[in-house]
Write a protein that binds this ligand. Structure first.
Ligand code: 13P
Ligand code: SF4
Length: 363
């Protein structure tokens, strides 16, 4: 059973707050490169990767050129759980994490002896912003009997306060495990993912109130309109989407689970409710299939994200080249936070192994 928050417990730091808006003001889109400039930067990065024993770990939402480069240079592209595993297991001295800040911090926590760089340290996440450690810690203190489960999209300090860290690919299984053990749960920060796992598992969940600004924009009414035009299309949705979207989705899953569904389902057409960056891999794994972006609130200039994470978009070949060349944008996590945050992260990774959950992130 889920528990409704009383006003005093309810912490409103959702996508519409001034806090998130002030971070969005700092978003810069990298300039487009010509073909000649691109070849030159790729060559420079190739040389730097070899001379510095570095590997690129990229998320599916980053620019397609970064995804291709990560794979072509023996690095990795994956969902956030797989990125964490690959970073930990690979033998590089330097990891360049193309994604958002929590992904860089997770890599550092799991590989404290590696140097972890990011193309930009300004690439954050609305979920991370909306879960500041002081308020969150107090919230946990107010509910001491509950197991604290936090999404990977949080700061190192929030992870250090948790009993479990989960990503979208393992959230359901962990919630089920805790529920079967009779545990009550605090779930933070994503209210949509939390509500989804509560509904699917029946677990007793107390929700934090935050959302992803990208997924929150998907609209069920528009989705149903498209489905009416293409009745044979399957709807694939990331669980950060609102419940009205998840209820009509054929598959709900992490980015990798969405890609696997596109590969294995017999449908020829898919409507995809997640960041558009994933379309690059979807087209690679299922070239004979077609993909439509799920409708968002507004169109072009009137939508806030248009299914494109503004922070993921800050990663580019040039910013990656610069950070690698200068060894700049180094992720630093305080040693005591590394020690504490490692515990719930390791618990998740061990749980994935014990339960034989499919994770492809092998170095
Ligand atoms: P995945 O773990 O599914 O890759 O999701 C990360 C994320 O930030 C989605 O918005
Ligand atoms: Fe965060 Fe949403 Fe961007 Fe993922 S898509 S990094 S959850 S803001």
């Amino acid at each position: 059973m889920s528990t409704t928050l009383t006003p005093s417990q309810q912490i409103k730091l959702t996508a519409d707050t001034e806090v998130v808006r002030s971070y969005l003001d700092n978003v810069t889109r990298p300039p487009k490169l010509t073909e000649a400039q691109t070849s030159l930067v790729l060559e420079e990065i190739g040389d730097l990767l070899s001379s510095k024993q570095a590997k690129i770990v990229a998320h599916y939402y980053t620019d397609s050129a970064l995804q291709d480069l990560a794979e072509a240079s023996n690095g990795f592209v994956g969902d956030s759980l797989e990125m964490a595993r690959f970073g930990r297991d690979c033998d590089a001295e330097i990891l360049v994490v193309a994604g958002v800040r929590f992904m860089g911090e997770t890599a550092k926590i799991l590989s404290p002896d590696k140097t972890v760089l990011m193309p930009t340290l300004k690439a954050t996440c609305s979920l991370d912003i909306a879960c500041p450690i002081e308020e969150f810690s107090k919230f946990c203190d107010d509910h001491p009997n509950r197991k604290v489960v936090v999404y990977a999209n949080t700061s190192a300090a929030v992870k250090a306060r948790a009993d479990w860290v989960v990503t979208s690919s393992i959230a359901l299984e962990v919630a089920e495990h805790l529920s079967q053990a009779g545990e009550q749960i605090i779930w933070a920060p994503d209210k949509h993912l939390g509500a989804y796992i509560q509904k699917s598992t029946g677990a007793d969940v107390l929700l934090w109130d935050a959302a992803c600004i990208v997924h929150e924009e998907f609209k069920a009414r528009g989705l149903l309109d498209i489905k009416a035009i293409y009745p044979d299309a399957a709807i694939l949705a990331h669980p950060e989407s609102p419940s009205a979207i998840l209820e009509i989705a054929d598959v709900v899953g992490s980015t990798t689970q969405i890609i696997n569904a596109a590969k294995t389902l017999p449908n020829k057409l898919f409507i995809v409710a997640t960041d558009q960056g994933i379309f690059h891999k979807l087209k690679q794994v299922a070239p004979d299939k077609e993909f439509i972006v799920a409708p968002t609130g507004g169109n072009d200039a009137t939508c806030r994200s248009c299914a494109q994470c503004p922070w993921m978009g800050m990663n580019s070949l040039t910013t990656l080249r610069d950070s690698l060349r200068d060894v700049s944008n180094v992720i630093e996590v305080e040693p005591h936070l590394i020690t504490q945050a490692m515990i719930p992260l390791q618990r998740m990774l061990d749980f994935a192994v014990t339960n034989q959950l499919q994770v492809k992130g092998k170095a």
